[in-house]
Design a protein around this ligand. Structure first.
Ligand code: ACO
Length: 324
């Protein structure tokens, strides 16, 4: 029997305030038409003044625990993916751990920008496989609105705030693709591209928080290639074909990237969970947010084979194959 981690529950939280493209067009020189055509984004949620990444994360974790039928006291590992922590330190995960009333168990943040959730899932999955944790929460939470340059129309229209979380439990199976659980994770990075997508501040470099900067066209080009490769790597490692995948739950950066990736993979676009139109790009939060949407509206069912994939600053990219 092989030990593996199983997704027992999912939950998400979006700040109350919705900002439409039309509202953005009153702040920057843009239009609903341009944003929808280039990115597929129609609106995004934005955290209120004083609402922190940890607040979003805590709300999402509580919903995931409810969905899993678990109590916070059962969690023995907190892994939180974010590029927009409350503070440089302590880890935002530690705030979540404290709010859930679990002093003593490990909690830490993972920084892989938009690939953060896939990275965090891989870390928690390996803790469970190694027997170092029995029940973990894996969180993606971001307040990207705090690092947007509202004078740069090429980036500020593309991002939003939100959080999503999953509860991972330990189970034993035969180690086949028929078992529920995280079947594989594959992670990659290439730091030679660090200046394609980055924040121009930081405690060591500038002693400022800084703003997001992006070479959009280059990122787009790399994204389509890397994402399709990450999915094919997972399929190959599990000896399955794309036809066996029930749902692709991609990082939600841009509808055109989602369409191009699905096309490259030969995947029916109807089997892609799309939330970028409603949430915009929420970085590490986008995959668990999309997963929660798919589960809540009944499309993703227990036993479905789901592939998660993401690409972000670094560059970082990767995939996870999960039997729900
Ligand atoms: N409103 C109106 N016009 C705009 C805007 C805007 N918000 N932004 C740019 N423009 C203009 C440009 O100035 C340019 O005008 P010009 O032709 O007169 O110079 C024109 O629109 C075209 O600009 P491009 O940059 O060529 O537009 P493109 O089709 O490449 O789309 C975009 C830009 C949406 C950023 C695209 O490149 C993209 O999606 N890239 C990937 C970005 C991404 O997904 N990043 C995140 C992935 S990783 C992560 O999530 C952290």
């Amino acid at each position: 029997m092989i030990k593996r981690s199983v997704i027992e529950g999912v939950g998400s939280y979006l700040p109350e305030r919705i900002v439409s493209n039309a509202e953005l067009a009153t702040r920057v020189d843009t239009s609903d038409e341009w944003i929808v055509e280039r990115s597929g984004i129609k609106q995004r949620h934005m955290a209120a003044d004083g609402e922190k990444t940890s607040d979003l994360a805590i709300a999402a974790v509580k919903k995931a625990l409810d969905h899993a039928g678990r109590d916070g006291k059962e969690i023995d590992l907190f892994v939180l993916a974010t590029a927009t922590p409350d503070q440089t330190f302590p880890a935002t995960a530690a705030r979540v751990q404290a709010a859930l009333g679990r002093p003593g168990v490990p909690s830490f943040d993972v920084q892989a920008v938009c690939s953060g959730f896939v990275y965090a899932l891989a870390v928690a999955d390996n803790f469970i496989k190694a027997g170092q944790a029995k029940t973990a929460v894996v969180i993606g939470a971001e307040t990207f609105s705090r690092i947007l340059d509202w004078n740069d129309r090429t980036t500020c229209v593309l991002f939003g705030d939100g959080a999503g979380a999953v509860v991972l439990g330990a189970a034993e199976g035969q180690g086949t693709a028929a078992d529920r659980g995280v079947l594989s994770t594959h992670l990659h990075s290439d730091g030679r591209h660090h200046d394609m997508l980055y924040v121009d501040g930081g405690p060591s470099a500038t002693q400022t928080t800084g703003y997001l900067r992006m070479k959009g066209k280059e990122v787009f080009r790399h994204a389509v290639v890397n994402l399709a490769e990450a999915v094919n790597e997972a399929l190959g490692a599990n000896a399955i074909t794309i036809d066996q995948i029930d749902w692709l739950v991609p990082h939600q950066a841009n509808k055109r990237i989602l369409d191009s990736t699905a096309h490259k993979l030969g995947l029916d676009p109807a089997r892609v969970i799309v939330t970028v139109d409603q949430h915009a790009n929420t970085s590490a939060a986008s995959i668990p947010l999309a997963l929660a949407v798919g589960v809540e509206d009944g499309r993703i069912k227990k036993g479905d084979l789901v592939i998660l994939e993401a690409m972000g600053g670094g560059f970082t990219w990767g995939s996870a194959l999960v039997r729900m």
